[in-house]
Design a protein around this ligand. Structure first.
Ligand SMILES: [Zn+2]
Length: 317
C-alpha cells in the first residue's frame, strides 16, 4: 500500500515537472487527451476549443502555480505573452495580500481593457492560480477557465466591440488553508473590485461573468443562486438557443467564488461552474490533470460566452 502510494507520488511529481529553460514542452505527455478533438470553430461562433485546450496544456506543463510561487510567475509570463501576441492591451495589477495564513504574498491580476466609444464595461473573468497542494496542477480548477478566457481574448481583442470589454485573470482565488475559510480566498477579485470602487469605474461595470472549472466531459452548469438573476437568465437562454440546454440546466446550486466581491458591490455578476460529483471526485487533488479536460466542453463554454457579447451590447448600448 505504502509502495503504491510512493510510486504514485513519484509518477505525479515526474509528470508535473516544469518545462526547462530551453522550452521542453513534452512534460504533459503522460496525461494525453482522452477525448475527441474540439468541434470546428465555424460551429462554435469562431471560438476554437483546440486553441483553448492548448492553453490548458501549456499551463499544466508549467506545473503547480499557486499564488506567490515561482510557478505562477511562469504562468503570468505565458498569459501576458499570449495576450500580447493577440494584440490585446495588457495591464498588470500588482498588489500584496498582506494577511494571508502564510504572511504577505505578492500577487498579480492580469487585465485586458479593450476600448470602445461605449463606456459601459462588460467583464469576463477567471482565476489562474492553482491551489497550494503538492503535485497539484489544476488542469480543470484554474487551467480550463484560463484557457477559455485566453481564446476569448484572441477573438474580442480584434472584434469591433460595441461596449468596453475587460478580461480579468485573477490571482489568489484559492485558499492558503486547506478548506474554504472566511476571507482566505478571492484575493485578486477583491482587489480588482476594491480598486474599481476607488477609481469610480465600478459604476460603469454592467455585467461581470466568471468562469471556473469549465473543462470536464459531459459538463453540467446549474444556475448559481448567488448570481444576478437577469444575467444568469441571459447566459442560460443564450445557451438554450445554441442547443446547449442539457449542459446549462435549470436546476440551481450556490457557490462562493470570485463573483462575490462584485456582487457585494452591486455589480451584476454570474458564475458558470461545473461543481458536480463527477468533478468533486478529483477536485483539489493531484488527479486534476489534463486527461480530465474535454476540448468540446471548452468550446461549448466559449461559444456561449462569445454569443453573450452581442446580447449584452444590445442591452447596454
Ligand atoms: Zn479550487
Amino acid at each position: 500500500m505504502l509502495f503504491a502510494a510512493l510510486c504514485f507520488a513519484c509518477l505525479a511529481a515526474c509528470g508535473h515537472s516544469s518545462p526547462s529553460e530551453s522550452g521542453a514542452q513534452g512534460t504533459s505527455t503522460p496525461q494525453a487527451a482522452t477525448f475527441p478533438p474540439a468541434p470546428a470553430p465555424e460551429t462554435t461562433g469562431g471560438f476554437d476549443g483546440a486553441r483553448a485546450y492548448k492553453h490548458v496544456e501549456q499551463l499544466v506543463a508549467i506545473g503547480p502555480h499557486p499564488a506567490g510561487s515561482e510557478g505562477i510567475r511562469r504562468a503570468q509570463e505565458y498569459i501576458v505573452g499570449q495576450l500580447k501576441s493577440f494584440g490585446c492591451p495588457v495591464e498588470e495589477q500588482d498588489f500584496h495580500a498582506t494577511s494571508t495564513p502564510v504572511g504577505d504574498v505578492a500577487m498579480k491580476n492580469i487585465l485586458v481593457k479593450i476600448p470602445s466609444t461605449n463606456p459601459n464595461i462588460l467583464i469576463f473573468s477567471s482565476h489562474y492560480d492553482t491551489k497550494r497542494l503538492d503535485n497539484f496542477v489544476g488542469a480543470n480548477d484554474g487551467g480550463s477557465s484560463t484557457g477559455v478566457l485566453l481564446e476569448l481574448a484572441r477573438l474580442l481583442c480584434v472584434r469591433k466591440n460595441a461596449a468596453t470589454i475587460w478580461l480579468a485573470f485573477f490571482d489568489g482565488e484559492e485558499d492558503f488553508n486547506l478548506n474554504w475559510t472566511n476571507r482566505d480566498n478571492t484575493y485578486g477579485s477583491r482587489e480588482l473590485a476594491a480598486s474599481l470602487a476607488l477609481s469610480g469605474d465600478l459604476k460603469r461595470v454592467k455585467a461581470m461573468i466568471l468562469v471556473d472549472m469549465v473543462g470536464p466531459t459531459n459538463p453540467i452548469y446549474r444556475r448559481e443562486s448567488n448570481s444576478t438573476p437577469w444575467l444568469t437568465e441571459l447566459i442560460w437562454s443564450t445557451a438554450a438557443r445554441l442547443g446547449y440546454g442539457k449542459v446549462f440546466i435549470n436546476d440551481s446550486n450556490a457557490i462562493e467564488d470570485d463573483h462575490l466581491p462584485f456582487l457585494q458591490r452591486n455589480v451584476p455578476s454570474a458564475d458558470v461552474i461545473d461543481f458536480e460529483n463527477s468533478v468533486l471526485e478529483y477536485w483539489h487533488t493531484p488527479r486534476d490533470t489534463l486527461d480530465k479536460i474535454d476540448p468540446r466542453t471548452l468550446a461549448i463554454t466559449g461559444h456561449v460566452l462569445i454569443e453573450c457579447v452581442p446580447e449584452l451590447e444590445k442591452k447596454f448600448k
